[in-house]
Design a binder for this molecule. Structure first.
Ligand SMILES: [Zn+2]
Length: 347
């Protein structure tokens, strides 16, 4: 018999809760057989919940486990059958690491599936010394497990381009709201520019008036454009304007700040507070837009929510396309669906 400390070591290596190694044998040049059994003397009767220690008989059977180093591991499990002292019924003890009537452990099945998903059935088969048929059985079994579990954490359901969310309004309608806000902001900014121009036109000093009019000329589009789309001439124009009409530039910067909020990848909650801030800080420049934002805040904020959902659905589509491209051995829809499903659980 191997020493107690060696068995203790093997017990820790295989790491099945409640089980200990009792012996081991090198059975071939690459196979290691480990005998294991339950540490617990007692077992609970599944029929009447009574504790019992009366072993009726034991069955020894072999299950394959994940390898240790370069050794393939076979577990020789001593599975006890009890006879309940109270109800007299016979029952076998539960083995948490292997499914009923399976010849491989749960963790080996998971390892094989991960390898199938990363490579393909042929390669995973070679690595684990399994036939494609055996692997197929494992895939089908884990698929069935996946389908049994209910999506209890589900918060949003995205169906391709259509997104269902609390609130009802569809994505297109929200974008219309947003477009409306942006055009209003642009209008108020442009009104400012016109106001500034009229002020300049009233300047008595002819030379100064000419010079300033030249400065504000052709500034409409640089002001309305997104800052990242400006060309060098337009940037130069805005610089000129910042000396000539600093307040107009402040209004322009406030407009860009709002655009930054709309384009940032933030949660609806964060967006809400940023928008509230913006309307408070810039009400003086954008009274109409601020009111519109306040009035439609729920709809506008929903845009941030919907956009993340859109993004998630888009990401899922991309991943499915990748699976399709990589898995050339998928010969029918059932196989394809199984692969997609397992990818979400095991990758
Ligand atoms: Zn019983």
């Amino acid at each position: 018999m191997p020493s107690h400390s060696l068995l203790h070591f093997i017990t820790n290596i295989i790491n099945f809760e409640g089980f200990k190694a009792t012996n081991y044998h090198f059975i071939t040049e690459n196979e290691l057989l480990i005998e294991i059994e339950n540490k617990e003397r007692l077992s609970i009767c599944p029929h009447c919940q009574n504790q019992t220690d009366k072993v009726h008989q034991s069955h020894r059977y072999i299950v394959r486990d994940i390898p240790i180093s370069s050794w393939d591991v076979l577990l020789l499990v001593n599975r006890r059958q009890f006879r309940c002292k109270k109800c007299r019924k016979v029952f076998s003890e539960e083995l948490s690491f292997v499914k009923k009537r399976r010849t491989y452990t749960r963790r080996l099945a998971e390892k094989v599936v991960k390898e199938v998903l990363e490579t393909d059935v042929v390669n995973a088969g070679k690595r684990n010394r399994m036939t494609p048929a055996e692997i197929d059985t494992i895939l089908k079994e884990l698929e069935a497990d996946c389908l049994k579990s209910k999506p209890t954490e589900l918060k949003k359901l995205g169906i391709d381009e259509i997104t269902h969310l609390k609130g009802g309004k569809n994505y297109a309608a929200v974008l219309v709201d947003l477009f409306h806000v942006i055009s209003q902001v642009n209008k108020e900014l442009d009104d400012r520019r016109k106001q500034e121009k009229r002020k300049i036109e009233k300047i008595k000093n002819q030379k100064e008036k000419e010079q300033k009019l030249q400065g504000i000329k052709n500034s409409k589009y640089p002001l309305l454009k997104k800052k990242e789309k400006l060309n060098d001439t337009e940037k130069e124009k805005l610089k000129e304007l910042s000396k000539l009409a600093p307040e107009l530039i402040a209004v322009y910067q406030a407009k860009e700040k709002l655009r930054d909020i709309f384009e940032s990848q933030i949660t609806a909650d964060k967006a809400f507070w940023k928008l509230v801030d913006w309307t408070e800080s810039f009400y003086k420049y954008f009274p109409n837009s601020s009111q519109t934002i306040k009035r439609w805040i729920d709809e506008i904020v929903a845009y941030f929510d919907k956009r993340t959902t859109q993004g998630a659905v888009e990401g899922i589509n991309q991943k499915i396309k990748l699976i399709k491209r990589r898995a050339y051995e998928l010969t029918n829809f059932g196989n394809f669906r199984r692969r997609v499903l397992l990818n979400w659980h095991y990758c």
